[in-house]
Design a protein around this ligand. Structure first.
Ligand code: PLP
Length: 450
């Protein structure tokens, strides 16, 4: 028997007509049949989620008041002004760290720490491949060599068991990332760092107030970097911060982010390093952050409760595997809700088709990062004239061969994300997400044939 293939538009038209013909009520208005309400939206059924997801950012009177205070003070730069120091005090209190330093972005927070450590040509820095490009860029900005360590597919985090074999005599820093806002295996990373006496710069740009064994991330290494870019759980459009419990390191970071000068006042006094830049946060950004921070405890609670509930629901669906949290994680920031999709459990439906079907249900979903070691932007480093001059052709060829991360490649083909703002919705919204996926799973064959 041959079945005639119908395209998506044809299918929708046919299914709508069938629905109209069979479900005309006594009043003459078409009624939804039971099967139609339970059918996937991409096949013509009712959307699982027809409301609106929480907007971002959340703003109100506190933001207005703090911003106006700065505006009317006429003090818009942090030098000699009160707002950035007030923010630093509050951020340091909330993260339980000895010192905080506000920076112009998460990227410049990382750059500042590498600058304070005087990282440069010939140095190797270890990083995970499952991260935002900024983690890589700050290393290359210093003409150091980025060394990727493959991913633990279960957690999406750096595979700590593979770090040690990547360490060489040239390794200067370990720069793991708490990706998605969930802590990597902090104990394992710190054990290796201790064994080789290497500083750890934590990329906590997505992990505001995430905790490992009850302590905020960013406190375990020499320093931790945070981003306040617009999508982040704490947001001032752009912005960043460093936290550290090492006073001398804090001073070095201050100096680097302030043109290499030593003073925290408006004057320029000699610093202790030999390099620097202007990477300062403005008073306006600090004002917004202070106001936004009053909303943090409630938002943390909501995200944590919703994420736990979503995990409970999604774990029951074959082919959907939420990212594992290590036993030491006492709180994820859930900047991203990350999970893996196994197409075999969905009648072989490609991930992109699954995303389309989910979008049709009113559920936004992203496929996340593509594999950094496969990215031409990164692979072209092997041809960069400065790198060839510093490291030589043989080393750069070897580097290109070494950067492959097969587990990460596999993960990048299976990963899916929901954003943190969706976790600010209601418990019933989490049920709608699960219901939508269950519907798609039931209809997988038909969707795959569209
Ligand atoms: C893991 C990670 N590192 C670094 C950054 C850089 O932060 P920013 O965008 O504030 O420069 C980001 C921002 O998205 C990030 O997600």
């Amino acid at each position: 028997m041959t079945t005639k293939k119908i395209n998506r538009r044809g299918f929708l038209r046919t299914s709508t007509m069938i629905g109209m013909g069979t479900a005309m009520g006594l009043t003459g208005f078409p009624l939804m049949t039971h099967s139609q309400t339970r059918q996937s939206a991409i096949l013509g059924g009712k959307r699982s989620f027809s409301g609106t997801w929480p907007g971002w950012p959340v703003i109100g009177t506190p933001e207005e008041q703090e911003l106006l205070k700065v505006l009317h003070s006429g003090k818009w730069c942090r030098l000699g002004s009160p707002t950035a120091p007030r923010f630093e005090g509050e951020f340091s209190r909330m993260t339980g760290s000895g010192h905080a330093l506000a920076t112009s972005s998460g990227t410049t927070a990382l750059l500042t720490m590498l600058g304070a450590l005087d990282i440069g040509p010939g140095d190797e820095v270890i990083l995970p491949p499952y991260t935002f490009i900024a983690t890589y860029n700050v290393i290359v900005h210093n003409y150091a060599l980025p060394i990727f360590v493959d991913t633990d597919i279960e957690s999406f985090q750096i595979d700590a068991a593979k770090i040690e074999s990547a360490i060489t005599d040239n390794t200067r820093v370990l720069m793991p990332v708490h990706i998605g806002g969930s802590p990597y295996n902090v104990d394992e990373v710190m054990k290796i760092a201790g064994k080789y006496n290497l500083p750890v710069v934590e990329d906590a740009c997505q992990a505001h107030f995430a905790e490992w064994k009850g302590k905020c991330v960013g406190n375990f290494g020499l320093g931790g970097a945070f981003s306040f870019q617009a999508s982040k759980n704490l947001n001032s459009g752009e912005g960043g911060a460093i936290i550290t419990n090492d006073e001398a390191f804090h001073r070095k970071c201050y100096s680097f982010h302030h043109q290499g000068q030593g003073s925290d006042s408006a004057s320029l006094e000699p610093g202790t390093g030999t390099r620097g830049s202007n990477l300062r946060l403005t008073e306006f950004q600090a004002a917004i952050l202070l106001a936004q921070m009053t909303r943090i405890p409630e938002q943390i609670k909501k995200r944590s409760e919703n994420a736990a509930y979503l995990t409970e629901l999604l774990s029951q669906i074959p082919g959907i595997t939420p990212a594992k949290l290590y036993p030491g994680v006492t709180r994820s920031a859930y900047h991203l809700y990350m999970f893996r999709y196994n197409k075999e459990a969905f009648a072989g439906m490609d991930r992109s088709k699954f995303v389309n079907a989910l979008n049709a249900e009113g559920i936004p979903c992203s496929t996340g990062y593509t594999s950094l070691p496969q990215d031409p932007y990164i692979r072209n480093l092997a041809k960069n004239k400065h790198y060839l001059k510093i490291y030589g052709e043989k080393r750069m060829k070897q580097w290109l061969e070494q950067i492959s991360c097969p587990v990460n490649d596999k993960l990048c083909g299976e990963a899916l994300w929901f954003t943190q703002t969706m976790l600010l919705g209601n418990k019933s919204d989490m049920e709608m997400i699960a219901e939508a996926i269950r519907k798609i799973s039931r209809d997988a064959k038909a969707i795959n044939n569209l």
